[in-house]
Design a protein around this ligand. Structure first.
Ligand SMILES: [Zn+2]
Length: 90
């Protein structure tokens, strides 16, 4: 795995969305690549800051508008993939 591939997977890695094999590949890459390990640490820290500072729930009307925009963008860019992940709006 190269650094570019690692950085593409970093959000999925943090969300626990990778297969066990890919997860281990990311772990191994970070053991051997201090810049990517630092990048992950910065990502984790920024998520923690956002989570601690952004505790208000969005109004329902805004959530609905965002969901509709996501569906619209998804349909424009990848209509095949929408059917494979119907739970993404929940
Ligand atoms: Zn790297």
């Amino acid at each position: 795995m190269d650094c570019e591939h690692m950085l593409r997977l970093i959000n999925h890695y943090m969300d626990g969305g990778l297969s066990q094999w890919r997860n281990k590949a990311v772990d191994r890459h970070m053991e051997d690549c201090p810049p990517c390990a630092q990048h992950l640490t910065a990502h984790v820290h920024s998520r923690q800051v956002v989570a601690s500072k952004c505790t208000e729930a969005a109004p329902e009307a805004l959530r609905l508008r965002i969901s509709e925009a996501i569906v619209s963008i998804t349909l424009e860019t990848s209509p095949v993939e929408l059917g494979t992940n119907p739970d993404f709006l929940r």
